[in-house]
Design a protein around this ligand. Structure first.
Ligand SMILES: *Cc1c(COP(=O)(O)O)cnc(C)c1O
Length: 395
């Protein structure tokens, strides 16, 4: 490494001193309720595999069969030779599932935001963004070169005020929000956002990464949850969480999707979703369309662990979804808590600044439909023992 790169050591040392350096662990087996790490078996309380589909035999079989008939790689970007009929089939199924006119798939949820936001807005436009929006939204806003105005988290008066302030400014307005806020589990006030958008003539976009497979009938997402079909302009999402594979989704009007196919830079300049990913996502959407049992099980498990942790005295925040934050406070304490959990056979990572504000470091507990009540009881026991020892809870 040349001297010009020495700044990296300084920054890494600083992160370690401040307890912000992440210890990234590797899984030796499949994603599931229990996972293998370094030869040990751990209760998995931190994956986004909400419905347990990441290792579902039906999903795996579909991916294998697709590789046998279609190969692995798409070989090109969608706009050159990378569009395969399996992509179009997946897009049709997703549009139908979400009750939208059309859909386009991207390589990830991150790419979906980068596809949408800079395509709809530019230098002359204004974006109104919730202060707790996901980093991929923030990055996409920067790429758009539009003026980005943050409004207070889920504060509708703040949103309306900001729109008012830009009342006469030229250009388009875009309101963008997470559907489910990933670190707290609260749900965006989408019906009010839509009303405000309609009043000010703004475009509405919601990133439903943590709502897909979780909210709405059979996991159809936040628009379905609130019955707002046709009133939200853009539904952004991911197939990397509840769908159990990887990929991004944008759903909306046929014109929006046609526009994005021609304009969205991840569609033009990054190769298409791979064959096994597209096939796995197809299997996932079919499973979700058939039955809402996995979604019910997920909610049951989320309610179960929240009640148990609160019962033991933990601060489980104000989540309205299965996401269960256990607020610890200082980053170093949350890291120590997570390390102790790991020693006790529970894998639940600490989430610290800059992912959450300073002083609100937490263990974010993520349950899935694959957990049994017995699994969750084991997790709660470990939390309770460590919580008492560390003085996070009384007793
Ligand atoms: C996870 C997440 C993403 C990123 O999705 P990937 O498919 O992992 O790239 C984007 N937006 C939100 C709100 C998320 O929670």
């Amino acid at each position: 490494m040349t001297a010009s790169m020495a700044f990296m050591n300084e920054e890494l040392d600083r992160m370690k001193r401040e307890g912000l350096y992440g210890n990234i662990r590797a899984l030796d087996g499949p994603q599931g309720a229990w996972i293998k790490i370094d030869g040990g078996k751990y209760l998995n309380l931190c994956s986004n595999n909400y419905l347990g589909l990441a290792n579902d035999p039906r999903v795996c079989e579909r991916a294998k069969a697709a590789i046998d008939s279609l190969g692995v790689g798409p070989g090109a970007v969608r706009t050159i030779a990378g569009t395969m009929s399996i992509h179009l089939e997946l897009e049709r199924k997703l549009a139908e599932f979400k009750g939208a006119e059309a859909a386009i798939v991207l390589q990830s949820g991150y790419c979906a935001n980068v596809a949408v936001i800079p395509s709809l807005t530019g230098e002359d436009d204004v974006i109104f963004s919730d202060s707790l929006n996901h980093a991929s939204i923030i990055d996409a806003c920067r790429l758009s070169r539009a003026k980005t105005v943050r409004y207070e988290h889920s504060d509708m008066a703040s949103l309306a005020e900001r729109l008012e302030e830009y009342g006469d400014a030229p250009g388009r307005r875009l309101i963008i929000t997470d559907g489910v806020f990933s670190m707290d589990g609260d749900v965006a006030r989408l019906p009010e956002i839509v009303e405000i958008a309609e009043r000010f003539g703004a475009i509405t976009a919601v990133d439903d990464a943590h709502g897909e497979g979780v909210l709405g009938r059979g996991g159809r997402g936040i628009v379905d949850h609130f019955g707002l079909h046709g009133r939200v302009d853009v539904e952004i999402g991911t197939m990397s969480k509840a769908f159990g594979a990887v990929g991004g989704i944008v759903a909306g009007s046929a014109v929006l999707i046609d526009f994005l196919r021609q304009k969205a830079r991840p569609n033009l300049f990054s190769s298409a979703l791979t064959v096994p990913d597209a096939a796995a996502c197809l299997a996932a959407v079919e499973i979700m369309s058939e039955s809402d049992d996995p979604v019910r099980k997920l909610w049951h498990n989320g309610d179960y662990i929240k009640a148990a942790l609160r019962g033991r005295g933990f601060n489980a925040g104000n989540s309205e979804t299965p996401i269960t934050p256990v607020i610890i406070g200082e980053a170093s304490d949350a890291k120590a808590f997570s390390a102790r959990l790991f020693e006790a056979g529970v894998f639940a990572t600490a989430i610290v600044f800059p992912t959450v504000p300073r002083g609100t470091a937490r263990i974010r507990v993520m349950v899935s439909a694959a957990h049994s009540e017995e699994d969750l009881d084991k997790g709660v026991e470990a939390f309770t023992c460590i919580g008492r020892e560390m003085g996070v809870i009384g007793g």
